[in-house]
Design a protein around this ligand. Structure first.
Ligand SMILES: [Zn+2]
Ligand SMILES: [Zn+2]
Length: 376
């Protein structure tokens, strides 16, 4: 009499169907021949036992018969009787589910659907390239020439990989090879055609049939004005060439804007600090400010402008992406105190100081009064 099926799967006689299934799965993974290359024969034998046990215990009808008669009825004394063969088929379809699971764990047949299989053509990979721009370039928009090495179309065969197509004689066009391993049917990608099912009759010598060769790409990228840091510009079909004439991938140009010495960017607005002479701040008048486009803008500041005051210059910021409008420019006034005054100059300032009364410096006056009240 053969080994006890319950012992084979390492379960008790009262195990539920789910427990049986789980035990089988665990064992099948453990003893899968792919995982036991060093003791293949042994694991195949073990696998056969496990399969036999599960074939019976995994089916409630057959399990009942086995429990009562010590046989599932399929290869014992009940083989000739009707009623059991139906159960056998049913049981077997449940079996396949588990095989699906287990085979996919070992990279077998189930993973095939992931692969694009038609005439051997495959789309090339997308590429990513980072372009550094100055803020001014981002403001103006620019055509940038970029060059890099990647797999491009083979010139020799025009990307086709060669002449003529034949069915792969290894897999007869299936793209996969199936073979029996114990109770398993193992299905692997055909090593000769790599799953395509076809091969090039006269492969191109230059690219060995792939239709691609490493090349220098020289591409002009049209970068629109108003782009921002970490924007991506897609250049359609300028990525890696496809296999055997397949469509090229896309090129993604990532924008990296270098920091500007003068302007800070806040969305579409620009911000900058402008130093203003102390006397100009007192008298008011025209000051010259540089703009991002490289021109000079004349700006009138009011008499008595204060340090830290903000002035808005409308529409002198960054262009709004995909629009004709612009953001604004915000200027922060930084009043500079003159240094290294001569004796004469100091005398003039002292004279000026004496002539300025407290009301002309309201903030300072307020502050002094506050201090005074603290000490009174
Ligand atoms: Zn093949
Ligand atoms: Zn070629």
């Amino acid at each position: 009499m053969a080994k006890d099926f319950y012992d084979t799967l390492g379960i008790s006689k009262t195990a539920t169907q789910d427990e049986i299934k789980a035990a089988y799965k665990k064992m099948a993974i453990k003893y899968h021949p792919d995982r036991n290359q060093d003791k293949k024969e042994e694991s195949e034998k073990k696998m056969k036992e496990i399969n036999e046990a599960y074939d019976t215990l995994g089916d409630p009808n057959k399990r009942q018969n086995y429990d009562r008669f010590g046989s599932s009825g399929q290869n014992g004394g009940f083989g000739g009787q009707g009623g059991f063969s139906g159960g056998f088929n049913q049981g077997f379809s449940g079996f396949e589910d588990i095989f699906e699971d287990i085979n996919s764990m070992f990279g077998g047949a189930s993973s095939r659907s992931r692969r694009e299989r038609s005439d051997g053509r495959q789309k090339g990979s997308d590429l990513r390239y980072t372009v550094k721009l100055t803020l001014k370039e981002a403001y103006l928009g620019i055509k940038k020439n970029i060059s890099f090495k990647a797999l491009g179309k083979c010139d020799q065969c025009n990307g086709k990989g060669g002449e003529g197509v034949i069915t792969c004689n290894e897999c007869n066009g299936a793209g996969t090879i199936r073979y029996q391993q114990g109770f398993f049917i193992v299905e692997n990608t055909c090593p000769k055609c790599r799953g395509d099912g076809i091969m090039i009759k006269n492969p191109c010598r230059s690219c060995k049939g792939s239709g691609r060769k490493e090349k220098e790409f020289n591409i002009t990228v049209d970068i629109p004005r108003g782009v921002s840091d970490s924007d991506n510009i897609r250049v359609s079909q300028s990525g890696e060439a496809g296999i055997r004439g397949g469509q090229s991938g896309d090129l993604f140009v990532a924008i990296k804007i270098t920091e500007d010495d003068f302007f800070r960017r806040d969305g579409d607005n620009l911000i900058c600090d402008i130093p203003v002479k102390f006397t100009r701040a007192i008298l008011g008048g025209e000051i010259a400010i540089p703009l991002i486009d490289g021109t000079i803008h004349k700006l009138n500041i009011s008499e008595g402008i204060q340090n830290g005051d903000r002035i808005k210059v409308s529409s002198k910021g960054m262009p709004r992406y995909n629009s004709n409008n612009f953001g604004d420019l915000f200027i922060y006034i930084k009043i500079e105190t003159p240094i290294n005054l001569s004796k004469d100059q100091k005398r003039i300032v002292e004279e000026l100081d004496r002539s300025i009364d407290d009301k002309m410096n309201p903030k300072t006056n307020n502050f002094i009064n506050k201090i005074k009240s603290l000490f009174n």
